[in-house]
Design a protein around this ligand. Structure first.
Ligand SMILES: [Zn+2]
Length: 244
């Protein structure tokens, strides 16, 4: 499967290739920000960004997005305006009794069991988060918030997907295959780096739920994403390693 790939991300046969792996022909359109992540307040005029993707990458993203979203939502303020409706859609997605078919119900039940094994419950001093009744070992019922550990590799993969997808959408070319992409959380950004972002306009035309800024320096770029008004993370996109 080694078709020559031109700079614009198309193969020599001019068929579209996947902008993420740059290795397989694209078979569908991928929502860079998953459809269910758009808040219900997203204006109707907002064009949801899609880019060409292959079946393998699309399947992997579906799993990774779930692994990212579930622990993250448990840690967020559910009533934040920038995530209107997102939380409700998430809750519906694992209510297996509301599934449309037996197969879907089985799938959701499996997901729920898997989730339950990974969840721990935290009693928070200032509960602005989801609360459920939990039975303590002593038999008492208390209110607690479910929490799951978010795997950094999962977050890094989502961030890489955003950078590759929006790069292709904004510049019309994919990020070259050999490009190193580093991940960081917004809280770890040094003040001087943050200051250098200030003159860069925020791309807020996507949705209230996702805003981003790109700082370009030669072949390198830094992307800073703000998801649902609460989660900030970024990608450090380096120089492609196969120098021409
Ligand atoms: Zn792919």
């Amino acid at each position: 499967m080694s078709k020559a790939i031109r700079n614009d991300g198309r193969t020599t046969e001019n068929a579209k290739i996947c902008v993420f792996c740059l290795n397989c022909p694209a078979s569908e359109a991928e929502h860079v920000l998953p459809k269910s992540w758009y808040p219900s307040t997203t204006p109707k005029t907002v064009q949801r960004v899609t880019v060409p993707v292959c079946g393998v990458c699309a399947d992997e993203f579906e799993k990774t997005e779930r692994a990212f979203k579930i622990p993250l939502l448990m840690g967020l303020e559910p009533n934040h305006a920038d995530m209107a409706g997102v939380y409700e859609a998430f809750k519906r997605s694992w209510q297996f009794d509301k599934a449309s078919s037996h197969k879907e119900a089985g799938h959701r039940a499996g997901l729920f069991r898997k989730m339950s094994r990974q969840v721990r419950f935290v009693v928070r001093p200032a509960p602005s988060r989801l609360e459920v009744p939990v039975r303590t070992p002593a038999g008492l019922y208390i209110k607690a918030s479910p929490a799951m550990t978010l795997d950094r590799n999962v977050a890094a993969r989502i961030c890489e997907k955003f950078a590759k997808g929006f790069h292709f959408n904004d510049y019309g070319t994919p990020i070259p295959a050999s490009t190193p992409i580093g991940f960081f959380w917004g809280k770890d950004v040094a003040p001087e780096v943050r200051a250098s972002f200030l003159p860069v306009p925020v791309n807020g035309r996507l949705a209230p739920g996702l805003r981003y800024r790109v700082l370009k320096e030669g072949d390198c770029s830094i992307w800073l994403f703000l998801l649902w008004g609460q989660v900030e993370f970024g990608a450090l996109v380096g120089k492609p390693q196969s120098a021409e």
